[in-house]
Write a protein that binds this ligand. Structure first.
Ligand code: SF4
Length: 412
């Protein structure tokens, strides 16, 4: 059901500091803001006068150097390292599967340990290299409460929200695997120059609706864009929403990243069917929220994602409607050829029709790139790797449901 279960989807609470507990129960230092990290250090007895210095030291190791082991923190005294190790973790999630497409697209299926009474969860992260840039597509929830009819994730029930640690860990792990952190033997304080990095952009377009997990997503993105750490420019981070109108203004105001809207239809009757959250927040409200997006300008346009569905939303009437709808909103339109999945009733529009649609929009002055499907040989659209893994484990009676193919915008 549309928009339900938001409350039950709260991210699990962090474990309290409890010395000498098992690794899985130790709180992670990843995903905490500086104040929270300082509070935890205080709890384990680090003197007040050292807190600020320790936080910036550890912050640097975690986010600039990318270490996942306290033992390599060369400028931290041995007994302090031992104490940190005893009480906290900075470990990465387990890689269940890593696939590399022949076009360079990479996809990871990651497993996070159980939280509280929960069980381990698995999510996907996809890296898409392109000419001059590389985009990491990050998940915000395990499953989704929304039921967009063209999306395979919409067929999976929501298991839970991801914590800021789990959201950020996707970026840290991808940087590890792509060699995007400085070498261990480079002098302390060395930053990886932005132009040399493989991951230049990050999109919250993986599994889930990020604005139904606002606080954890906000915390993760503020850490990802922190200039003394991972240092991704906010202009290179895009959050994609299906249209959770009340949180759109806050996204611009409190996080300040680029916005993308999973639009897919220009009439309420059709969008009610394709993106059912539209029944709650219809197009009029959605577009009004877009117009009011803080910082919106021709240099900071909103991306509208539009999946091309044969004989459903791909007529020139629809293209005309799209132009009218977006009139006056600085926009870019991403046309996404639909990637059919087993059991779907939709088909991808004919290529000639997609081109006609794109030409029409272009002629009206909108940039409207057609997204090239990527990583098809490794099922790189969100949800498919998880789908595969789970199909295998159905025999093990692990309770997950059928999967998706088009995630929250399957490509950048
Ligand atoms: S398109 Fe996004 S919001 Fe809609 S079901 Fe898929 S993951 Fe959820």
């Amino acid at each position: 059901m549309v928009g339900t279960d938001v409350m039950t989807a709260a991210a699990p609470t962090r474990p309290a500091v409890s010395p000498a507990k098992g690794q899985a129960e130790k709180p992670s230092l990843i995903g905490l803001n500086r104040e929270e990290m300082g509070d935890l250090f205080r709890e384990v007895g680090i003197p007040d006068r050292q807190i600020k210095m320790r936080v910036s030291q550890i912050w640097n190791w975690i986010y600039v150097r990318g270490v996942s082991d306290f033992d390599v923190m060369a400028n931290v005294a041995k007994d302090m390292r031992a104490m940190l190790k005893q009480n906290f973790t900075i470990a990465r999630p387990e890689i269940v599967e890593e696939q590399v497409s022949n076009d360079g697209t990479r996809k990871w299926l990651l497993r996070f340990p159980p939280r509280g009474a929960g069980r381990p969860v698995e999510i996907e992260t996809v890296y898409i290299p392109e000419e001059g840039r590389g985009t990491l597509c990050v998940s915000s929830q395990v499953g989704c409460t929304l039921t967009c009819s063209f999306c395979h994730t919409g067929t999976q029930r929501l298991v839970r929200n991801l914590t800021s640690e789990e959201i950020l860990s996707q970026l840290l792990l991808a940087r590890d695997r792509l060699g995007d952190f400085p070498d261990r033997d480079m002098p302390i304080g060395t930053m990886m120059p932005a132009e040399g990095r493989k991951i230049t952009n990050m999109v919250m377009m993986g599994m889930g609706e990020p604005l139904y997990n606002f606080e954890e997503v906000k915390k993760a993105l503020l850490i990802a864009s922190d200039g003394d750490g991972l240092s991704l420019s906010k202009r290179r981070i895009t959050l994609s929403t299906s249209g959770v109108v009340p949180e759109i203004f806050r996204t611009g105001e409190e996080i300040g990243v680029m916005l993308a809207i999973s639009l897919h239809a220009v009439r309420d009757d059709l969008r009610d069917m394709l993106v059912p959250i539209n029944k709650k927040y219809p197009l009029k409200d959605l577009i009004a929220a877009c117009r009011a997006y803080p910082g919106l300008s021709n240099a900071r346009r909103i991306t509208f994602e539009y999946v091309m569905l044969k004989d459903v939303n791909d007529s020139l009437e629809d293209a005309k409607g799209l132009i009218q709808l977006l009139k006056g909103v600085p926009s870019k339109i991403n046309l996404i050829p639909f990637n059919p999945w087993p059991g779907t009733n939709y088909q991808c529009s004919d290529w000639a029709q997609i081109e006609k649609f794109a030409d029409f929009i272009n002629a009206a002055g909108y940039a409207s790139p057609i997204r090239t499907p990527r990583g098809r040989d490794i099922l790189a659209a969100c949800g498919q790797l998880k789908s595969d893994s789970e199909r295998m484990r159905k025999t093990d009676r692990l309770a997950f449901e059928a999967m998706m193919i088009v995630g929250h915008g399957e490509d950048d």
